[in-house]
Ligand binder design. Structure first.
Ligand SMILES: [Zn+2]
Length: 237
């Protein structure tokens, strides 16, 4: 059967369905990369997709993409804010896989400053002993507002919250928002030097409410990259 035929595609979908998974659900936490409405931080360019070859003209289709490292769903490395620090390809790969815990911040006022107590009380309620091998996911709901002016009113981490996250010793934090802070980017400057990665522009965190999940968020290995695109997955058990 020729590769890419309609029959092949159907077969692949059927195989996915029949697989007896170790996990009940694999949730996709990534926004699609498009040249139209991919969330990009103010000042950054929209991703571009140019046709390189087509099936009609060349026998095979391929494209050339051009986008900033911080477009769509991505993870920031320490090198984003600290000269000479670990770049995206140098952060140990195991730090991109961890148990996840979802913290609800969907009902906060615009630009709400998340406190140490906000986090600790939610962790206490969860009954989990969160630290090394864990990631904190801040559920704000702001990625769904990415085409509105409200997008940049997302909650932010207070200095005290950042210090608490460092004390916890988690692998990373993730936001369904453009980021964890505003210029001058104090959360980036506190967390990244401690090799606590920051996932930005996640989506579908509502699928993880009251769920236990393993997070897999490996970035492409851009040599010397300050960040890289991630197909972020939650393996829900
Ligand atoms: Zn970023």
């Amino acid at each position: 059967m020729p590769l890419g035929s309609a029959e092949t595609i159907l077969l692949t979908q059927e195989e996915n369905k029949q697989t007896d998974p170790m996990f009940k659900e694999v949730a996709d936490l990534s926004v699609p990369m498009t040249s139209l409405d991919t969330p990009v931080y103010p000042g950054y360019p929209q991703p571009l997709r140019a046709i390189f070859t087509t099936v009609r003209d060349n026998g095979y289709a391929s494209f050339i993409w051009s986008f900033a490292e911080h477009s769509a769903t991505h993870v920031d490395s320490p090198g984003h804010f600290v000269e000479g620090a670990l770049t995206i390809d140098k952060v140990p790969i195991k730090k991109y896989v961890a148990k996840g815990i979802l913290l609800d911040f969907t009902k906060q006022a615009p630009k709400y400053a998340i406190t140490r107590n906000d986090i600790s009380s939610r962790l206490e309620k969860s009954g989990q002993n969160v630290g090394l091998g864990w990631m904190l996911f801040f559920h704000t709901g702001y990625t769904s507002k990415s085409l509105t002016s409200e997008w940049l009113n997302h909650p932010q981490l207070s200095d005290d919250a950042c210090k608490y996250i460092v004390e916890l010793g988690v692998e990373a934090v993730g936001f369904d928002a453009p980021g964890p802070d505003y210029a001058q980017f104090p959360a980036h400057k506190t967390l990244l030097p401690k090799v606590i990665s920051i996932y930005e522009n996640l989506t579908n965190l509502d699928k993880l409410v009251d769920k236990q999940f393993l997070f897999v968020g490996a970035p492409i290995a851009l040599t010397g990259g300050s960040a890289a695109s991630v197909r972020a997955l939650a393996l829900v058990s």
